[in-house]
Ligand binder design. Sequence first.
Ligand code: GDP
Ligand code: IMO
Ligand code: MG
Length: 425
Amino acid sequence: MGNVIIVGAQWGDEGKGKIVDCLTEKSDVVARYQGGHNAGHTVVIGDEKFILHLIPSGILHKDKMCIIGNGVVVNPQALITEIKELKARGVVVSENLKVSKNAHLIMYYHEILDGWKENEKGSKKIGTTGRGIGPCYTDKASRSGIRMHDLFWPEQFKEKLEANIEDLKRTHPQNLEIKRLVASDIYNAYISFGEQLAPYVDDTDITINAAIKNGKNILFEGAQGTLLDIDHGTYPYVTSSNSTAGGAMTGLGVGPKCIDEVLGIAKAYTTRVGEGPFPSELKDETGEDLRAKGAEFGATTGRPRRCGWLDFVVLRHAVRVNGLTGLVITKLDILDGMEKIKVCVGYKYKDKVLTDFPKELPILESCEPVYEVLDGWKGQNTAGVRLYYELPQNAKNYIRKIEKTLEVPVTIIATGQDRDDIIYR
Ligand code: GDP
Ligand code: IMO
Ligand code: MG
């Protein structure tokens, strides 16, 4: 299969977990490169459902190596819990899991700061997952972050931690939660996390490059999505990492020439959790129907996802900034039973129709979606279909429309939650 980057082409929750699980079969290594436990990647196998937050979705396959790269922000307590929960369900998590020495750690105070910042923003809040992601990447960028390997250098760790806490108390004198922080308590807790995670900690840059050199197939598992990328998303309503394909290079320490394919995952419609612009959002009954039928509730926070029609302006942007070589369309089955299906082909702004994703928030917030109306396949079903030729003709037309508009082949189609509800073309 070669080395393939899996990237969300919309605002996250496109079904990356399911697709990574399916493609792990043909891979040797599955590696996460950014984000943290803000991600919720669902894999359904028969009547078992797994939601992965930090550990790559490939872990459910025995004998595959799973890597958490340096670009991921790791809450060690969340990682320990995830490992324990998977083990309790019979999943093998041992030498097959490697965590980068250089991964930055989410500290207790990052979560406090995340909540506090959201509160301060009031009506302009981002709607984060509250997992401390933004503050942890802030410390990384401002060179005061604490990395996984610091836990094994106690003196150095203590010094950095004390300096950070002192700084926080000085800069947030009114914040009671910060006032109550005790450096020695945090130190003891994190030293214990380090002891528990020690067997997994690794020079992942060396490990992954050795695997590449040995001709192993690597699957790079992106979290979030293109429109949540800190550079290419709907800033400031984004996450704090590069969720686009470029993040795979820096987030694992591999060179761009090793990549064979970049697959963008997109739902057959669009969803978004949290605040921020969403031009093709449906605030009506159709949007509610999509939410109900698609069970559109966040896998991490349980929040209802905002729903809307498929948006070609968004996808064109995703094709471009990720260099997509193929698209995967998931949840086609959720459109079953619809008489008509709309696709957003442009944004009307003043007297113009924009077909390239605008960068300016004021434009995004005031533009109107321009729709094309397509015939649905009411009365016929795509749910559970596993062969392309068995899809209803209008479902095939829908896929063709996506390919023609975006000039990228749709190589995989998902038609249900289960691992086996998938069409490879
Ligand atoms: P991720 O974050 O991109 O991995 O996506 P999530 O797991 O957060 O959300 C996707 C949801 O859609 C999960 O509940 C999946 O089980 C489900 N899902 C994925 N593909 C399909 C599909 O083709 N059909 C249906 N009905 N559900 C799907
Ligand atoms: P997966 O990997 C959907 C959203 C949050 C919020 C914004 C910033 O499952 O697709 P953060 O906590 O990252 O600072 O929140 O990003 N967000 C996601 N939305 N899927 C995700 O992950 C997300 N991770 C973060 O809702 O709007
Ligand atoms: Mg998700």
